[in-house]
Ligand binder design. Sequence first.
Ligand code: PMP
Ligand code: GLU
Length: 399
Amino acid sequence: MSSTYARRIREVQPSATLAVDAKAKAMQAQGIDVVGFGAGEPDFNTPQHIVQAGVGALTTGDTRYGAKRGNELKEAIAAKLKRENGLEYGAEQIVVSSGAKHSLYNIYQVLVDEGDEVIIPAPYWVSYLEQARLAGGTPVILETTEESGFKIGPAQLEAAITPKSKLFIFNSPSNPTGAVYTPDEIRALAAVIEKHNLVTISDEIYEHLIYGEIEHLSMGSLSKKLLEELVITVNGVSKTFAMTGWRIGYAAGPKPIVAAIRKLQSHATSDPAAFCQAGACEALKNRRMSDEAVMSMREEFDERRKHIVQRLNALKGVSILEPLGAFYAFANVSGVFGRELGGVKIQSAMDFTNVALDKARVAVVPGEAFGSPRHVRLSYATSRELIDKGLDRLAELLG
Ligand code: PMP
Ligand code: GLU
């Protein structure tokens, strides 16, 4: 007899980032005082002017299929991509989905067939890998280390390309490492992509969270061929505007690919919630108020970043390469391997994670979920008080 469940779901792991967050929240609900560095989402509230736009949509009857401001949102996204990213897309080349995670899922589903290879640099965000598997694809992982700044180079990419290569996933700033590629590094990868006609997703969801000198560059802006044939730009409002729960993301790219995504989505979720589209529209169009909010959140993240890096480096057996973007600290805990902590011999990042939660009541995400068994990820999108409280506990645990 065949198995109850389809192979596509049997082979997939649940999202580790969401699982850690759920476990920490469940412990908190039982009255256990856990400090959560799990899921990556801003702890700020959505700026008020955006909230008001969402509320306004509900009270004025924008409660049907096909949001009243759906076309306006696509125009606003097209204008944003042109203004901030140098990407010239028409509104018909943009598809809005229920979060950038959904945008990514759609792209995999329309492009990847059984056995197709998907090239993913590690450490990678958990869902890149599992979404490739859900589509029947074979992930091809490109390893990186602290020495390369957790970045791949053009030769490494080129060596991974085979006749079965279907898709390359590029993410800068990176979740989980916080690595940011320089414009020259992006140009070098783009040259390989163009030479081999390799369709590429450029996930730019953390573009506004860069600290320091490096400027964000959109891969699709580098040539007409990249823009019109090869690059699909993925972005959303979750991280930039503290709108994770609104679930609005988008993909912009070659017309045939976008048309295929629309066809798929028309049978799955249809358009995202109407009032959420109205909120996203306000976020992108009321630039004066949004820019102010984004700037102040970025400044606060930067302070927390410097603080958590300093505190992590002071822990016995822990080291960290300074993250330059996003809001994650990706700490190398391999210096703790072989030691006994809280009565448990630590042999992996997973062991470290379990002991940190059980003995120190600190939730981190194990690097195994990101293809990196020597690291753990801490999201510093949480208050400075909680960062200190969590780090005090880890310091006590590590001695
Ligand atoms: N890409 C990356 C790299 C992420 O970290 C996230 C975070 N969830 C997403 C995409 C998806 O974000 P959302 O679905 O909230 O738009
Ligand atoms: N992307 C965030 C993270 O990596 C949110 C959780 C998720 O969607 O996986 O933690």
